[in-house]
Design a protein. Sequence first.
Length: 323
Amino acid sequence: MTTKSISKTSPSLLTIGQVDMRHRLLHFWFVRACAGLAWAISFLILAVLPIAAHAATVSFDPQERTVGLDSAFDVGVNIDAVYPLNVISIVIKFPDTVVPIDVTDGNSIINYWIEYPHYDPHTHTLTLAGMIPGGFVGTGGRLITLKLQGTEPGRVRLEADTLTSIAYRNTPDAQEEAIVSVPLTLTVSTHRNNIDNTMSDKIAPESFAPAIVRYPDEQGDWAVVFATQDKGSGMYQYEVSESRFNVPFLRRYLWRVVESPYVLHDQLLGSYVHIRATDKAGNERIETIPPIRPWYVFESQWIAYGLIFAACILGVWWRKRRS
């Protein structure tokens, strides 16, 4: 009886062993899969985390999250930098339901513009590039302030194009710095009135030191370079005037709207070069470069003085003769 009972129960014991082996195999492969997934996640974190930690972050500072359709509104563009940056190039993408109507660089950390902010209506992008001598490191560095106008109600999204935006560190080898964007989502409503953030600006642009240099082309003409900032309303335009005289009754300003660098008309460098910087509020500052070849100007001035003196003597003689 015992032998028969053992033979009858043997198949049942083998089935239980097979099931247990299958469970062990499933558990083994499950553990292996979890371990592989954990390794992959760790690898991605280690690969991406340094980029995110070291990248410069572009963010947007709106005056409100819900804005009106019937008037313009302001949005600031800021940058956070872990390492000092001295060159920044940013491309901002816009939807077709909002357009920038003005750009202000007042309070910008950019000291010298390589490419002043300009909007391309065909690609719906705004491009800017500038230099920061000494570099910028910190949070909330203002690049520009945008004045935007909605074209239809709804939600709009602003962000920097991380593929075409780039920054360079303030290092001897100018190491590249990736750009990370924090998008901004706004709601444009027909039932909202925007607050006018225009500030009164009665302060002239900052003092600056223009310089005369050789223009980097084949001719090597003399040119004047200049740049300044306005912390209020932002810069509007530059003008240049060249004059042989710098005395009140002979000096004449013939202003020309120009950009830096500007090739001088007087290549003999015998003229005074006046640069007028005007901000968007109409405040002006004029800086003057004296002639590099003073004898040339003095000769011209003495000729003018001589002619004026001769004219005065002739006038006195003529009046005495008539009397």
